[in-house]
Design a protein. Structure first.
Lengths: 241, 241, 241, 241
C-alpha cells in the first residue's frame, strides 16, 4: 500500500472561471482521481487548510507527496517547507509538477534558482522519452504530444538530473528537460513539467500514467535510516607516536 | 512474474573439492535457491550446456539474467555474448556478480577494461551503503560485513556508475565501488562485487537480499521499444532557398 | 602543447562534387584549419592511408583524436579500432562528430547500438546549452542556430551522458542530446552532433569554438596510470581460524 | 589569471595553542601560501572581519572561493551566505574543505543535511583515486596516505556527486566519498574531505596539489549568463481553435 498526498495551492481554481471549467474539482481533485488504485491510498491537501494540510502527523503517514503550486509559493510557511524537506530526507517521495519548479520546497531541495524561460501561447509540446529503461515511462510510447501547453525553455537552472527521463520539444523553438529524477537523503524526487492550469493536461491518459508510475518509483525504501555523529571504531586503531 | 535465469560457469565446482564443499549444488544452485519466490520463476544454465544454455529462445523468455564466471571467460562464444548483449539492449536485466567483472558480456557493455586490483588473503570486507534511497538496499542496514572475502581494489576500470549504491572497505587497506548500476538501451545492469568461490558468501542473508532486490529492480519495463532509422517529420519544414 | 589528430573517412569528398564544393580540402582539412592555435599542433589522417593513418606510433603522440566517418565505418579495421580504444583508455581524448555516432570506435566505447532517428530535409537545428558551467561552452551564447542540417532524433541509444552539455531542437519536431561527455579509463570523450557533409556547418564560428573548447577539455591528465592485478596488502591482515 | 579568496573561520587558531602550533599563520594562511602561483592571485578573509570579509564587491572579484569552517558555522550571517550562493550560481567556483561539509553555504547548495559519521582517533586515512581522467588528480598517484586524520564515515548525506574523484579508506573500518564535484547554476563546486585543524594535512604536497588543481578546474567559464523569464517565440506558432 502506498499512501499518496496530493497537495495543491488551489488558488487559480478560486479566482478563475476558466480554470474552474477545466478542473471543477480542483487540480488536486483531478490528480487524486486518477491516482486511486487498488494498492494506492490517496488524499488531498490545499494551501488554505490549517498548516496547509501538512501537519507532522499527516506527513509522517505519507509515502509520496505530489506538489502543484504557482501564484502563492510565498504564502507557504517556511516552517511547513522545512517539515516537508525533513520528510523527504527521511524517505518520503516527492513529485513536483509544472510551476512547482518555483516552489520553496523544490528550490530548497535543489539549491539552485530553478528559473527558466516561459511563454503562454497555446503551443504544441512533445515530450520525448530519452531513458527507455526507466520505470516511470512504463506503458508510454516514444513521445507524448500535448496540443496546447505553456512553454518552459532552457536554460532550466536545476542541478544536473540524476536521471533524465524525458525532454520536451516546443513549437516556438525551445527544448526543456521535462522529466528529471533526484535523490535527497533517503527520499526520491521526480520533477515533471506539464500541467498549466488552463489546459486539460491532467486528463491526458499518458500524462496520468507517468504520474502513476512516478508514485510507485518514489515510494520509500523500507530500511533503517543511517546513523550520524560520533562513531566508535569497528577495527582496532594503532596508537601512533 | 519475473523470469530469472542464473548462469554459472560451473568450473571451479568441477575442479575443486574445496569449492564443492561450499557449494555442493554449484554457485548457480545456491543462487537459484534463494531467488525462488512466489512471483519469481528461476532456472539455471551453465557453460558446458549446448550454446551455454543461452539459446535465443531461452533468452527471449528471460527477464533478468544473473551471471557468475571466472576462469573460463574465454570459452564463452562471442556469438552467445552478442546475443546476450542484444537482449540487454532490448530490456533484459543483467546482474553481474564478483569475477564476472572480467566476463566478455560485462566488458562489452561497459566499453572499458574492467580491470582491478585483487588479492586472496582471507580478509574482512565491509560493504557500506552510500545510497540509502535505492530499492536495491531495501532491508539492508548501514553495512554488510563479510569475515573473509577476496579483495578487489580501486582503480576499478569501469565507466562512472549511474548510481553508486555500495562501497567496500577491505582490511588490507583498499576500497572498491561494490554495488554499481548502469543502463544500456532498454536494459538495466547491476554489478555486485562479493562472491568468491571458496567462501560461503551467497549463504549470507544480507547478500541474498541485495540480489533478490536487484532482480526486482532490473526487471524490464513494459513498453514498446524505440524506433530507429529514417523518420518522417512530425511538423512542417519550411522550404529554404 | 596539445597534439591533435583529425581523422576523416574522406569518401564523400571523393565521390560527391556537392560535398567537394563545400569542403574543398576535405572535412578534415576544414577542421584542422580552425583547430590550429599557438599551443595546439594539428595533423590529419584519412581512411585510405596505410593503417588508416593511425599507427601505434602516431596514436602514442596524439593527445586528442577527432573522428568524422559515415559511409565507410565497416572499412575501418578492427585492429585499428582496438588500438584507438586502448589509447583512449590510456588517456587520449576522443571527439566524435556527427555520423561518427555509428563508428566502430564509438560503439565499442559506449557498449550500445548508438542508433537514432535521422532525416535529410534541409531543416533548422537549434542547439541549446543546458550546462552553462561547462568549459566546452565557453564563449557560446544560449544556443547555436544552424539554418540547414540533417536531423538526428531521440531515442539516441547511448549510455546516459556523464555530462549533458547541449540539446538540439529540430524544425520537424524532434529533440536530441547533441553534446555529451563520457570518461572511459583515463580518457575523456565528447560526442558532438552537427556536421552533415553537405552543409557548411564546420565553417560556423560557434561550432568551431565548441570543438576548440572540447580539444582543451579532452586533453589527457598528466599522472601515472593505475596499476592492476595482484596486490600486496597495505595493512596487516589478521589471520583467521 | 585566477582570483582566489581563501576564507577561514579562524577560531580554532585563536583558542587552541595546539592548532596554532600547527598553523601559525592560520589555516587560511597555510592554504593561501601554497595556492600562490604565477597566474593565480590569492587573498584571504576570515569570519571576524566586517561582513566576514565577504562583501559583494570582493565576491564579484573572486573567481574561486575556498571555504574552511567548523565551530562557528552558525555565526556566518544568512545574508552573506545567500550572497555567496548567488555568486556560485553566477559562476564563481567554490572549494569546500573538511568540516565545511556542515557550513551553511554547502548545505544550502546541496539541499541535504550533509551529515556524516566522525571520530577523532589519530587514525590513518588513505584517499584512493577512482576517476583517473579527472584534472583534479593531475600529478596524484594511486592514493594519498595521511598518517593521522579525523575520520569521516558514510553515510555522507549529500546528493550523489556528479563526479566522484576520490574515496577514503579509514583504519577504523569506514569509507567516505572524499572528493566530490557538483555544478550549481554557472558555478562549479568541489568538496574535499581532509584537513582537521590539529593535523598538518595542508602541508602535505599531494593534498596541496589537489587543491591547486581544483582551483583551476573550478574557475568560471567565460560566457554570457542564461536569460530567464518570459520569452518571445523563435518560431511561428500555429493559431489553434
Amino acid at each position: 500500500m502506498v499512501n499518496v498526498l496530493v497537495w495543491n495551492e488551489n488558488r487559480h481554481e478560486q479566482k478563475s472561471e476558466k480554470v474552474r471549467a477545466v478542473y471543477p474539482d480542483g487540480i488536486h481533485g483531478a490528480i487524486a482521481s486518477f491516482l486511486q488504485a487498488p494498492e494506492v491510498q490517496v488524499e488531498t491537501a490545499t494551501l488554505d487548510e490549517e498548516q496547509h494540510g501538512l501537519t507532522q502527523e499527516r506527513l509522517d503517514q505519507t509515502d509520496v507527496l505530489v506538489w502543484w503550486g504557482h501564484i502563492a509559493h510565498d504564502e507557504v510557511s517556511d516552517e511547513v517547507v522545512e517539515r516537508v524537506r525533513q520528510r523527504v530526507l527521511d524517505g518520503m517521495g516527492l513529485i513536483v509538477l509544472h510551476s512547482g519548479h518555483f516552489s520553496k520546497i523544490f528550490k530548497k531541495l535543489m539549491g539552485t534558482s530553478c528559473d527558466l524561460k516561459w511563454r503562454e501561447a497555446d503551443e504544441k509540446e512533445r515530450l520525448w522519452v530519452v531513458d527507455p529503461s526507466h520505470p516511470i515511462v512504463e506503458g508510454i510510447g516514444e513521445y507524448i504530444e500535448l496540443e496546447k501547453e505553456e512553454m518552459y525553455g532552457e536554460h532550466f537552472d536545476i542541478p544536473s538530473p540524476e536521471q533524465l527521463v524525458m525532454m520536451s520539444w516546443f513549437e516556438g523553438g525551445e527544448v526543456f528537460r521535462s522529466g528529471c529524477t533526484y535523490t535527497r537523503g533517503n527520499g526520491k524526487i521526480f520533477y515533471f513539467r506539464p500541467g498549466h492550469e488552463t489546459y486539460p493536461t491532467y486528463y491526458n491518459e499518458k500524462i496520468q500514467r507517468v504520474i502513476q508510475n512516478a508514485v510507485q518509483w518514489a515510494a520509500p525504501v523500507k530500511r533503517e535510516r543511517p546513523v550520524y555523529g560520533n562513531a566508535k571504531p569497528l577495527e582496532n586503531i594503532t596508537v601512533k607516536a
